[in-house]
Design a protein around this ligand. Sequence first.
Ligand SMILES: [Zn+2]
Length: 248
Amino acid sequence: MKSLSRIREPVWLHLTENCSSFQARDCNACLNQIFKEKTFGNSNFEESSLFATQRAFDSYCQTCEKDVTFNSRIFLTYVTHSGLKKFGFDVCSWPLYVAIVHTQPGRLIFKHCKSPTNQLKMKSTVSSRFVFIEFAPEIMEGLIMYEKIEIDNSFYVLKALMRNHSVHFTCAIHNDKKWLYFDDLCKNVREFASIELIQQQFPGGWFFAVFELFCDNDVDDNKTASATQTKKISENQGIDNHRHTTFY
Ligand SMILES: [Zn+2]
C-alpha cells in the first residue's frame, strides 16, 4: 500500500498533463486519452506491438507523381454512436466497426502537398497483442459484450472489462478459465464461471474492454468462430433488448 501512494501522484501528474479530461479528476475521464502515442512515450517496435496495431498503406500522389507510404498505429478504438452510424451499424455490430477502423483508414492527406487520398492499398500489418476498446456513454445501453472478435484475420478473446456504475469503478478479469470481479467496496474478489454470469449480476455500465490476441494454430476452429461471430451479430441486429447478452 505504501508503494501505491508513492506512485499515485506521479501517475496522476503524467495523466493530467497529457489528458485534458483527467484534469477534473471526476468520473468523466476518457480512457481513449491515455492510450495514445504521446502518453506511451517513445516505444520500440516490440513494445508498440504489445498495445498498438500497426499498418502500412501504399498510395500514389497524382499531384506530385510519387509513391507514398502511410503508417497507421491504433492504440485504442473508441466506439461512438456517430461512428457506428457512419457505416450503418447498430450497437450490437460494434466488432464489425472495430475491424473496419483497424483496416480501412478512409481519407488521408499527403503530408508533403496536403492533397487528400482515399486510394490506399494495405502493404503490411502487425496485429497487436492487446486491443483496447472504449464505448461511448451513449451506446452503453444495450451493449452486448462478445467473448471473441475478429480484426484483420486475427482473433481476439475478451480478457478484461471495466465498469462505471453510479460513479463507482469496478473491473472483471479473465484468469485461469474463470472470471474475477474486483470491487474495492467489497472485501472479497468474486468468481464467476462466465462473463455472461457477471453481466447478469451486474448489468450495464461496462464501458472499457481489453482483448488479447488468440493464439491457436487450429485454423478450422478459427473458421468456426468467425462464422459464429457473423451469425451472432446478424442475429442480434434489430433486436430491441436492453440487456440482451449473447455469447459464444
Ligand atoms: Zn503530393
